[in-house]
Design a protein around this ligand. Structure first.
Ligand SMILES: Cc1cc2nc3c(=O)[nH]c(=O)nc-3n(C[C@H](O)[C@H](O)[C@H](O)COP(=O)(O)OP(=O)(O)OC[C@H]3O[C@@H](n4cnc5c(N)ncnc54)[C@H](O)[C@@H]3O)c2cc1C
Length: 467
């Protein structure tokens, strides 16, 4: 029997274990998790900070699942080294677990800037961090969030939604500068300001002190809660110490295998084809590939890279961004609509007649179609306005489930197509919950829930029509 050991029971590790069990019961599985919690959906932590979900509601697998599936899960146990010679991992308590196949799924850790006083601030990565933030928020008078990327914005919006005055400090000239162009960043900032988040861009934090934050130049921003959301760094120490090849992440091939054939790496700790992904969809795809290979279900399974779509999960702020959003008219065809007073900005970036980037801010009604066009990389219809505004009469592509091809990806996180949802409906699933149970659609970031509801509703209507 193959002995599989997994280090890291986060979103990639937990998914791998369930993918393995869905294929095979003859592999013995042991999974180590440094966090004391049962594995949880990290993507939904913003909802925990915002108070719209409890820690229980974000759990991925519970102890009963492990018992039922004969998986040994060891929460709160950190692996400190790998003995590649004898093929065993060593834990912080001195325990030793032999493996035939080892999978590293150690994720990332939050980057905390090296400024004086930073030790007194809290990062935003784990459920423990959320607990600390929420405890502090209960008595705080003012909060500062450092970092205006996706996580910082979600944290700031969540805290503001709790009635806490929040200042969001960002180093770059505009918010979410990696995903958005300057105009979109500006519109987003204005939307957030309207929701009670004070935005300061182009500022550098020099020091954290008891009553707030000092910026370069001496200005201070008052706060008794400081949250850092300054990016993440892949956790690669175990691999590096064991002599595996590490660049930014642990280097893997298309099988997700490291340069040691017995050791794989998946999720945010892995670097595939020069890319370290920071989203859950690639991690879950990678987990499926490793499960195929380790169980022998499909030894030809390969991971070929992912196209990333970023969606913000902040109440009253609709935002989706994908691809090369920064290109201008000099390098590509750009179709843009901006209406700052309404908080709306839409942009398509087209090269050689194909969609290579898009931003939808203020309303994401077109996101389903644009994601499909971006994923498939096929030629675009000539009606560009119809792409930006799916409701326009005569639009070339309608958002309606009727017009969506079966191959269209509806759930980005779990890679579920309309065809799979239809097949699931045909085998008896009549609501979103049943479809989610069978396909996992909606169980990642939850951003596709409306689309799945639309498809299920339409199929039910069709049934009514033909009955
Ligand atoms: C607030 C927030 C919002 C996000 N929103 C989105 C989103 O909307 N969409 C999206 O796609 N992604 C989002 N992400 C990113 C997404 O959560 C990550 O891509 C995903 O969690 C990566 O999974 P992973 O298993 O690689 O890493 P993790 O989930 O970080 O899990 C790694 C686990 O390994 C454990 N570990 C590390 N070293 C050891 C060791 N030596 N021994 C034992 N255990 C160890 C860690 O404690 C951790 O539990 C968000 C992240 C955060 C924090």
């Amino acid at each position: 029997m193959t002995r599989l050991v997994v280090v890291g029971n986060g979103m990639a590790g937990a998914r791998l274990v369930s993918e393995v069990r869905a294929r095979d019961r003859h592999v013995t599985v042991t999974v180590f998790g440094a966090e004391t919690w049962q594995p949880y959906n990290r993507v939904l932590l913003s909802n925990v900070v915002a108070g719209t979900m409890t820690p229980d509601q974000v759990r991925l697998l519970d102890p009963a699942w492990y018992a039922d599936h004969s998986v040994t899960a060891l929460p709160g146990v950190e692996v400190t080294s790998i003995d590649r010679e004898t093929q065993a991992v060593i834990t912080a308590g001195g325990g030793r677990e032999p493996y035939d196949v080892l999978v590293l799924a150690t994720g990332s850790q939050a980057v905390v800037p090296r400024v004086p006083g930073a030790a007194g601030a809290v990062a935003f990565r784990t459920l423990d961090d959320c607990r600390t933030i929420l405890e502090a928020a209960a008595t705080a008078r003012r909060a500062v969030v450092v970092g205006g990327g996706l996580l910082g914005i979600e944290a700031a919006r969540g805290l503001a939604g709790r009635g806490l005055p929040v200042t969001l400090l960002h180093l770059a000239g505009h918010l979410m500068n990696r995903q958005l162009d300057a105009e979109a960043g500006l519109v987003l900032g204005e939307t957030l300001a309207g929701l009670g988040v004070e935005i300061r861009t182009g500022v550098v934090v020099e020091e954290i002190f008891d009553d707030g934050v000092r910026l370069t130049g001496g200005e201070t921003v008052e706060a008794d809660l400081v949250v850092f959301a300054c990016g993440v760094r892949p956790v690669t120490g175990l691999a590096r110490d064991a002599g595996l090849e590490v660049a930014r992440g642990i280097v893997v091939d298309d099988e997700m295998r490291t340069d040691d054939p017995s050791i794989f790496a998946i999720g945010e700790c892995a670097e595939h084809d020069g890319t370290v992904y920071g989203l859950v969809a690639p991690a879950w795809e990678q987990a499926a590939v490793v499960a195929d290979i380790v169980t022998g279900t499909d030894k030809t399974s390969r991971y070929r890279g992912s196209r990333m779509v970023t969606r913000l999960k902040a109440r009253s702020v609709e935002l989706a961004a994908m691809g090369e959003t920064h290109l201008t008219e000099d390098d590509a065809e750009v179709v843009r609509f901006s209406h700052r007073a309404a908080g709306t900005y839409r942009k398509l970036v087209i090269r050689d007649g194909r969609l290579v980037g898009a931003i939808l801010l203020g309303a994401t009604d077109a996101v389903g179609n644009l994601t499909q066009l971006f994923d498939r990389g096929g030629p675009l219809p000539g009606d560009r306005a119809g792409l930006l505004f799916p409701g326009l009469s005569g639009s070339a592509v309608a958002e309606s489930p009727v017009r969506m091809p079966d191959a269209a990806k509806v759930c980005q996180c779990n890679n579920v197509t309309k065809g799979q949802i239809r097949a699931c409906w045909e085998s008896g699933a009549r609501d979103v919950e049943a479809v989610a149970a069978a396909t996992r659609a909606t169980t990642g970031c939850g951003g596709c829930r409306d689309a799945v509801e639309g498809i299920v509703g339409w199929l039910c209507e069709q049934e009514g029509v033909s009955a």
